[in-house]
Design a protein around this ligand. Structure first.
Ligand code: 5GP
Ligand code: ZN
Length: 112
């Protein structure tokens, strides 16, 4: 299977990694939409949010919690930030490996 985020997780492709443990990796987005734009994702391949099972609830909780910690480290906890999971074609998902966008460091526009 050819998945860019699996390749980054396995260190076959380089990225600016800001956090990793056995379960999760976080790295800077290659085309940042704001001064802070980090992707937080499971190392295991899950294509999209719709494919999750109830057993993955803890994993997703850990990803959101990690984004919270990274936001604090980036100094944007108090100013505010956006967390986004795009899901599927109409949801604007381009890379088919679940990832949470942590975006901030400037005033963001409204969604929709
Ligand atoms: P999506 O639209 O799927 O929610 O977001 C995919 C994101 O992954 C985009 O913001 C895009 O800039 C980022 N991205 C795509 N390929 C790479 C890559 O090879 N390295 C990094 N660091 N980010 C990538
Ligand atoms: Zn993958």
């Amino acid at each position: 299977m050819d998945c860019i985020f699996c390749s980054i997780s396995k260190k076959e492709v380089s990225a600016d990694v800001v956090f990793e443990n056995d379960e999760i990796i976080a790295f800077k987005d290659i085309a940042p939409q704001a001064p802070v734009h980090i992707l937080v994702l499971p190392k295991k391949h899950i294509a999209k949010i719709s494919d999750l099972s109830d057993d993955d609830a803890m994993l997703i909780g850990n990803i959101v919690n990690r984004a919270r910690i990274l936001a604090k480290k980036q100094g944007i906890s108090d100013s505010g930030f956006r967390l986004v999971f795009n899901c599927g074609d109409e949801g604007g998902q381009v890379v088919d490996h679940i990832h949470l966008h942590l975006i901030g460091g400037k005033k963001l526009g409204e969604i929709g």
